[in-house]
Design a protein around this ligand. Sequence first.
Ligand SMILES: Cc1cc2nc3c(=O)[nH]c(=O)nc-3n(C[C@H](O)[C@H](O)[C@H](O)COP(=O)(O)OP(=O)(O)OC[C@H]3O[C@@H](n4cnc5c(N)ncnc54)[C@H](O)[C@@H]3O)c2cc1C
Length: 474
Amino acid sequence: VPQIESLLGRLARVVGPTNVITDPDLAKPYVIERRGRYTSLPQAIIRPASTAQVVEIMMLCHQAGVRIVPQGGNTGLTGATVAAPGEIIMQLGRMNRIRSLDARNFSVEVEAGVVLADLQRAAAEQGCHFPLSLAAEGSCQIGGNISTNAGGVSVLHYGNARELVLGLEVVLSDGRVWNGMRKLRKNNTGYDLKHLFIGAEGTLGIITAAMLRLFPAHVRQATAWVGLSNVDDALRLLAKLEDRYSGELTALELVPRVALDMVRGRWPDLIDPIAAIYPYYALVELTSPAPGADLRDGLGDLLAEMAEDGCVRDGVLAHNAEQTKTLWSLRERISEAQGYFGGSIKHDISVPRSRIPAFMRAAADAVGRAMPGVVIVAFGHLGDGNLHYNLSQPVGMDRADFLNRWEEMNRVVHDLVVLHGGSIAAEHGIGLARRDELARYTASVELDMMRALRSAVDPDGLLNPGKVIDLPSR
Ligand SMILES: Cc1cc2nc3c(=O)[nH]c(=O)nc-3n(C[C@H](O)[C@H](O)[C@H](O)COP(=O)(O)OP(=O)(O)OC[C@H]3O[C@@H](n4cnc5c(N)ncnc54)[C@H](O)[C@@H]3O)c2cc1C
């Protein structure tokens, strides 16, 4: 009697036995969720090396009715790569080739598993710039960046990941390939399907490759750390920078003093850029691909003018690459530092920039009333109206007691976000962590359209089940 080969056996013939991982020790990097909120229990992790292998895997899993959770660098912060028992994680890290770079068209064709920092470097070697930049860039992958429509620190100038995508190659849940790898900046031939997959968090297809936009490399740059009294002044600084440097302003990040104290508490060797203490700091960056006057002089003059009218309290300019890196590391280490000071309840919100001061005042008041002593660590991409409105546990409170109030505090913050015309998921996406919040704050007509799209593209519900939005039970 011929033996029926198991699914894993057949998958091993596609990708090679070492790329079907079932050993719990080897599985660790793929099943551990960095915030420790979820546990993944997949039957295996599979690591394809080509689009053809992804096609075969999807066909086999489709036939067997086995569900697939796509995974890139596993740096996402919403539990979107967590797999339930019986599911298979498809990790794209072996698909890490830069297929071609067209410097005259300012475009680059990459496989989904290319690590973001590797793409930045490859672009720089050809005199180009790939602007997506975020603190996890050493391990997150292009497929993950596109699937989360990642934001990061250059959105102010270049937009989110969505704005950087010219074309995609996607394998659907039944194994069919959609080759949308166009290099075009103009193309109105029917529905623009790539946008369906951008930000879909792996629920509609497996992105196997992307055609991305490049930009000219910078030849001038200025980075400053600015002391401020309040958020209103940070917005006044932003407005002034946009008036004078609309073409060069690349980033404006907000760092409250409490966040800087946490970073310096965790890494005491890091130096406070400004000796005096201010309630807020802005990290400002200007860049330009064109030769011209030193941007540092211009930025220094602007800060001096704003100091005269009382908006800016103090500021320092980076004078070399090392100093620039140090200033950025103060900003980029905030999340990690916060974890060192006990539990933290996270919010990834955006409101229209004009509403930020009113939102911040209302939220501080409401959060303080709900939980006296809670520490508000609201930092991040002020220039985009996107703040990581995180709450650290009050001194002396039990960590578990604090974290048990996650939903209650979400309600306090998210109700106010919505009241101020904002979003409860600005750049990290929905995943599992915000699925109920999405359902709560989204109009039923919008939820119906999302469900209809998901059912149309993946009728058997095989891709990243349980994430973003539930399908009606079949
Ligand atoms: C320190 C730190 C800082 C961060 N800063 C930012 C920031 O500034 N801005 C920001 O937007 N995010 C930020 N993030 C979140 C995270 O890095 C981004 O969401 C990133 O884009 C995820 O990429 P990844 O490769 O790790 O994806 P993963 O975490 O592996 O996956 C994320 C989602 O994409 C899906 N997916 C992955 N690859 C594919 C594929 N090939 N096809 C289909 N679906 C796929 C997964 O199923 C999942 O739904 C940060 C994270 C950390 C740890």
